[in-house]
Design a protein around this ligand. Sequence first.
Ligand code: UGA
Length: 468
Amino acid sequence: MRIAVVGSGYVGLVAGACFADLGHDVILVDNDEGKLAALRNGETPIHEKFLPELLERHRGHRLQFSHDLHEAVRASSAIFVAVGTPPTDRGDADLSYVESVAREITGAISEYKVIVEKSTVPVYTSEWVRRIILRNGADPECFDVASNPEFLREGTAVTDFLFPDRIVVGCDSERSAQLLRQVYEPLTSGSYYQRSDAIPQPDRASIPAPMIVTSSKSAELIKHASNAFLAMKISFINAVASVCESVGADVKQVCTGIGTDARIGRRFLNPGIGYGGSCFPKDVMAFRAVARECGYDFRLLDEVMHINEEQRQRFLRKVRSALWTLRGKRLGVLGLAFKGGTDDIRESPALFIVQALLQEGCKITVYDPAAMGHIEKELKSNLQCASSAYEAAAGADALLILTEWEEFANLDLHRLTSALKYPIVIDGRNLYDPELMAAHGITYYSVGRTASHSESVPAGVRNGQKKA
Ligand code: UGA
């Protein structure tokens, strides 16, 4: 099938590359010539596992890059719209890019096409897209609008696309549903998974992928409700973690105890410094705004956001209570990205905490395996950048773990204690066992668990260094 994907951002690029891997001919459209040139030159603008391989495999063959929206639409049966929907000041989504694509493509609709929303959009968007296309003169028989939300996590987006828990397509006509069934047929029939060059199957993959066909409104709601529910799960466990801290219980044990109930599930039940990224904060706010607009006061979502903000403040209080005064303290920080496995620092709780600590007068040396290049100039001038976790820890009064990178969970603790001025680790992601840390002489603070205080002498004293 010939497919156009409009917008070569994170969702569009992954979807385009994966559609090509399913055997479709894809034109990826963007109005940013610089981005298109980089893609044609073999660059991969985002840090995403397997994406470089897929781009390499299909670039110039099944995957073309173009700025010509009309030409791409004329050549394609399905047009996936994956342009940005940034939040407005009021918290709802700015749909002006979606509207302008709908307006622009109208002139190129001469035979039947399905326009598919792929961006995260509020309920009623497909109805509006249809209205805009009709208003601009398209023949109503020549197109349908459908919704096909994505459930891709940054860092694992390619495998999430190719091995999805479910594919949701919201269609208001059988004709459009049929066309979308064809698009995803290699996944729903399982033929993709038989191929020797298929991307390796992750754990827990449910293959072949189930497809859920709904109305377009239901599909739009499924996307917002899924993200809001996951964010709620995280805020819930963060609230439980706070209670655990008050009573001296262990949130990890509580998570295992409740998460093994199949109705609850263990995933997305990790407490920490709150959720971040370009999706959850924006989508919870947008869903709240959509509900309000539709006449429902979804106050539960206010609480989800409130707990999330409070979680960062709690962590800052923890740093203060571990170190007493902060002015002039040297801190090593591990992690800037909003989560492990990505270079994305948008709405990163780690970044928020670093900025707050700088304001309190701390001197910070930071290390992140992928996100260092994204630090803004102004912030960078206030930070020391390290090229390893041990370099970030060198001479620090304490080490803070702010992002759940795998390499941060496997540090050489002997090396770490001898690098630190004081063996104090404040872990916002619960990557270590408190007993193990205590056994290594580390005073360890984490989330929802009692701090483990080491009895041993500080590393600097052991190493014969002079204390400040
Ligand atoms: C999220 C959803 O998981 C995807 O299904 C969805 O498609 C995507 O948003 C989107 O709407 O585009 P993503 O933002 O990439 O994906 O990241 P997640 O893995 O969901 O993590 C979000 C945040 O929650 C991170 O800051 C992470 O550290 C935090 N988190 C996650 C926790 O604090 N605890 C957990 O147990 C899980």
